[in-house]
Design a protein around this ligand. Sequence first.
Ligand code: ZN
Length: 174
Amino acid sequence: MIKAERVTSAQFLIKLGFRQRIVSQVTLLTTSQVRKLFDECAYRGVEVKKHSGPPPTAASIVRETGNSLEASFLMLCYTRTLDPDRYSNNVDVIEYIRAYDEYINLRNQNKHYFESIKPIDISDGFVLAESLRNPDSDTGASMLDCPHCSCKFYNPISQYRINTRCSWCNSVYC
Ligand SMILES: [Zn+2]
């Protein structure tokens, strides 16, 4: 990617609501270049989510009430059309953006199911997608097949230490 393309990609990601770390990581622009683009976008009235602190972990995102269901839903949208090789080596950002859009649309169509819960933030969802790359580490996660309802659900590895429950039917996974 030449620099002008990276800048255009970065502006696109900023408008979608991605945080600084992810924009920098995806476009390979430096932190200061990305920071400048955030400031320019904010100056033009775009609502930006700068958030330059440390990223949350997959387990902490899922621990929030109701987020296990949201995480499984979003990660199913993301992985359903992909070969595991595609998401276990890298985050396919184009596929991820498509999946996030699908997740929000399906969620809006099934509001009664999700009513009391906010959708997962686009950057938090990216952290979940990243976690699928390292299923053996503490920050990793995998898609598990529930033996009770046969649905796939998302599970951060560190959750194994507590009870692992299926996001859909709430059965204990063992
Ligand atoms: Zn289940």
